[in-house]
Design a protein around this ligand. Structure first.
Ligand code: PEP
Ligand code: MG
Length: 591
């Protein structure tokens, strides 16, 4: 990305650009959030806890193995020389994570020494490293390398034992612009928006799940701003412009003044948009479009209430499973869903069952992911594919949603459906859970809540007419649909030649899905990031979509765009876009 320098003073103004992720202007000191230092306590354990603590160690060792097996698979993409250097090291690590002296020694310290696994693995590693270093012989360098390898593998196990918090954002000063090399979706979920003026990272693209989460937080955010971290000292004053995708370090007085002016203009626009909260999203010829909100975590609810959303079109439930050591049980999930349903006060809440896998890592589910490394996780086991392999997780979640349904309307949504057989299997489980709760007289919705599916693979879009027989609604996930159709990662920049949801191929899949859904008389919505782009809303309406779901902050602008056009104009745009050869032609039409 671009770097521009101005001025001759000691603190020169530096400008960086990245991907605009979430609009807004933030002014504040930049702080880099590093991974927290590893620490552990030498903790005594009770005899009754030995088995559980041994199991914790075994889990952490198995997660560490999986991580390394994955890493090994990724090495295949490196130049041969790098592979030759790194492969033997990974093999040595994997060996140490088997039935090695290190692991046996750590287990012994837990069962006989009765200390916690964190101290057990670190102290065992230290003792073995010390013994290696004390050996005599000429290869001193080799000995210290081996000692460091033992320590390194113990640190990995410790990291997996003490997974929380991955990042510690708590000790950053309020009003800070958070800077990081990269953020995982789970890290973004730890951010308290009121404490930050903005977020900038050196890596990441616009439709990845980290971007989705940052938009939900409503914080100005720029991802992929290469070089910022190298240039910013802790505390450097910065301006972040999430709409322009720009970061200015050491801003001059003129830049600061310009930012203040834009900030004031933005507040005026926000106030004007807020006045739209109560008016319907209808075209000039009175076709009403249902605008709903996407929700990741319950703290977004007040923002959603202000946005004028008619319900939740997509609750990404996987986020409530992140950043915790154990899975939320049925009661805990029921409480979370019920709170959301109650807050929506009669508007429907669409809860998508766990869509984990690929870039959405859920630590508490580490033991549920496949043992063998997937060299391309986005194409492997994710979403419904994993849930059907772990029906106990699916059943617990379904039961919790059904119980929350006693408080108001809920809908159940299946992620990553590709095959009719997946719908059939999911319905069998759903019917079974419904019958079981009925038999036990559990309080739940009177009528069985609708179950629908995400259309986010080309296979699902092309088979929509068949899938409609097994779904009570469709929700088109344009983020994954674009990724899988164009064979381009969704964390690539939007509008790059590779990843572009405006490609006519994607529009045709949206259109055909709509046709199939309407023929089967089931509702069809779009809930991917495309639905949040105001300039695209008329096109989606023209393609036959009458329901759009997006992050709350986007609703007023999308509503304003819909209120400015007629259905006839929308259809004309859609017809031209469907006939277009490529995304640039569609973009030209929209402008
Ligand atoms: C999508 O793929 O468009 C979608 C809405 O699901 P997610 O972004 O959570 O993968
Ligand atoms: Mg998706």
């Amino acid at each position: 990305m671009k770097l521009i320098e101005q001025g001759q003073g000691r603190k020169r103004e530096l400008r960086f650009t990245g991907h605009p992720i979430s609009p807004g202007i933030g002014i504040g000191p930049v702080y880099e959030a590093a991974e927290p230092a590893l620490s552990f306590q030498h903790r005594k354990i009770a005899a009754a806890d030995i088995a559980a603590e041994l199991a914790r160690l075994d889990d952490a060792v198995s997660v560490s193995r999986k991580q390394l097996v994955k890493l090994k698979a990724k090495l295949a993409g490196l130049p041969e020389q790098s592979q030759i250097e790194i492969s033997p090291l990974i093999d040595a690590y994997l060996h140490m994570l088997g039935n090695s002296r290190l692991i046996r020694g750590a287990r012994h310290r837990i069962s006989d020494g009765m200390i916690g696994p964190e101290a057990a693995i670190m102290e065992e590693a230290e003792s073995q490293a010390g013994a290696i270093l004390a050996l005599t012989g000429s290869d001193k360098e080799g000995r210290s390398r081996r000692a460091e390898e033992v320590r390194e593998i113990a640190r990995r196990v410790l990291r997996n034992l003490t997974r929380l918090p991955f990042r510690n954002f708590a000790d950053l000063a309020p009003g800070t612009i958070l800077a990081a090399e990269s953020l995982r979706p789970a890290d973004a979920a730890l951010i308290q928006p009121s404490n930050f003026a903005g977020v900038v990272t050196a890596e990441g693209g616009a439709d990845g799940h980290t971007a989705v989460m940052l938009r939900a937080l409503g914080l100005p955010a720029v991802l992929g701003a290469t070089g910022v971290l190298e240039a910013a000292k802790p505390g450097t004053l910065a301006i972040i412009d999430g709409e322009a995708g720009e970061i200015i370090l050491n801003p001059s007085a003129r830049s600061l003044e310009a930012a203040q002016i834009r900030l004031a203009a933005r507040s005026r626009t926000q106030r004007a948009l807020a006045r739209l909260q109560r008016v319907p999203a209808e075209t000039t010829d009175h076709v009403v479009i249902d605008l709903q909100a996407n929700l990741e975590l319950p703290f977004e609810l007040p923002m959603i209430a202000e946005s004028g959303a008619h319900g939740i079109g997509l609750m990404r439930s996987e986020f409530i499973f992140m950043n915790r050591e154990t899975l939320p049980d049925e009661d805990a999930q029921t409480q979370i869903y019920r709170d959301i349903v109650e807050a929506m006060d009669g508007d429907p809440v669409t809860i998508r069952v766990l869509d984990w896998g690929s870039d959405k890592e859920v630590e508490a589910l580490a033991g549920y992911t496949p043992d063998t490394a997937e060299s391309n996780p986005a194409l492997g086991l994710r979403g419904i594919r994993l849930l059907l392999r772990h029906p106990e997780l699916f059943e617990t979640q379904l039961a919790a949603i059904l119980r929350a349904g006693a408080a108001g309307p809920v809908r159940i949504m299946l992620p990553m459906v590709g095959f009719q057989s997946e719908c059939v299997a999911a319905w069998e489980i759903y019917d079974r859970v419904w019958r079981r709760l009925k038999r036990r007289n559990v309080r739940m919705a009177e009528n069985k809540p609708p179950m629908g599916i995400m259309i986010e693979t080309p296979a699902a879009a092309l088979a929509a007419a068949h899938l409609a027989k097994h779904a009570e609604f469709f929700a088109i996930g344009t983020n994954d649909l674009t990724m899988y159709t164009l064979a381009a990662d969704r964390s690539l920049p939007v509008g790059s030649k590779l990843y572009d949801p405006l490609e006519p191929t994607i529009l045709r899949l949206i259109y055909e899905t709509g046709v199939a859904g309407h023929a089967a008389r089931i509702p069809v919505s779009v809930c991917g990031e495309l639905a949040s782009r105001p300039e695209v809303a008329p096109l989606l309406v023209g393609l036959g979509i009458r329901q759009l779901s997006m992050h709350g902050a986007a609703i007023p602008r999308v509503k304003r765009a819909i209120r400015a056009v007629s259905l006839k104009q929308c259809r004309e745009i859609a017809a031209a876009a469907l006939a277009a050869a490529e995304a640039d032609d569609v973009r030209a039409l929209l402008h």
